[in-house]
Design a protein. Sequence first.
Length: 439
Amino acid sequence: MQELKNLMRDFGIVGAGGAGFPSYAKLADGADLLVINGSECEPLLATDYILLRDELDLVLQGVSEIIRKTSISKAYMAVKAHNAERLGWKDGDRLCDGVFVRALPDIYPIGDEISLIYEATGRLIKPGKLPITEGIIVYNVETMYNLGRALRYKEPVTTKWLTIGGDVKKPTVIKVPIGAKLTDIFERLGIEVKEGYTVLDGGPSMGKVINPRTYAVNKTTKGILILPDNSQAVLSKLTNEEIATKRAETACCQCTRCTDMCPRHLLGYPLEPHKMVRTAKGAVEVMPDMVISATLCCGCGVCESLACNQGISPRAVIDNYKKLLSKNKLRFDKNGEYSVMAERDYRMIPYKKWMSALGVSQFDRDTDFGGEIKDFSRVEMTLSRHIGAPSIPAVKDGDIVSAGDLIASAAEGLSLPQHAAISGRVTLGKDKIIIDKVR
């Protein structure tokens, strides 16, 4: 196993689903099951589907190597039912030795790691614990694709697959160098961000608002969406967090709908958003036990965009608590017996209903692979877009590098190296390495 961990670290393989956890650090003794997250949890994203359709051989090579080098004997390829049908798969189909299809219901947020594991395996991860405590390791489809490429071609991670979608002429999945500027990508695709539109890094539910003029693709970029400012998906992100929190504290009618529909609560987690909303802000410092369960929130936004009938944001309140708890290094760590609520099966949110709640249904269109875009004149590669310590530059200003060269080494502890995405001349910036093509 150590040989495989070293390869994953040396080739800079990181969780490609959005969190950015160094993939080598997930491999641990005691696991007997591997779950590949291909659920494409967020609406309008199709990156994993395209990879499974066009690059399944490399994905399965990565999965098979983990089975071969660890105690894991079985893997589930978890995809939503509608994507399984498009791929010609049925639940239980064998893709290769030890790898089987798990067709998940078309609900949101099925890609949340805890929900995914329960739906695919029937195992419930206890609140505050990691999947390995139940013998499970979870990787994203693109992570396995990158491992497959490292094994077959001895290539480090220098490219990224991402969906460009939302209110665009034709949504597409493309492959680009890590560090490619979004302005350059939009120019190649003929995309213009018009007045009254916002650009998100990620999906419409949990994606972050970005400045398209300064944004550069990184290892965790999954999709770029252009959405109208008046859609619920954008309005929830443009609202001032402090104002949203104060409004929630004063306007909440304690109907409990946010708690009744909370996906983590329905899995038996002691997370009750309606109580959080009416808890004094000073509770974190005075009685942290009152709000410690805020760390169990997955940030799906169901409480905010669908459950609440007052138009307030329980998520904004919980996010504030999470920041304060993190600052004080507090997290939920209580033992106990937890069980899935009987009501869960009747309260799960259909995928199409969730898109409607976010105001993005009209942008849900067939998405195809638009090809690999190369020949960028500049890339800006960040040193700290993975969980753990930032990479340490291994080059200096003026150095000439070739694509694939090591440009930053892993730091001590949890960290990853970085490799040049294009050939060119190096300039060191703040928390990033810029490479300009030499003409």
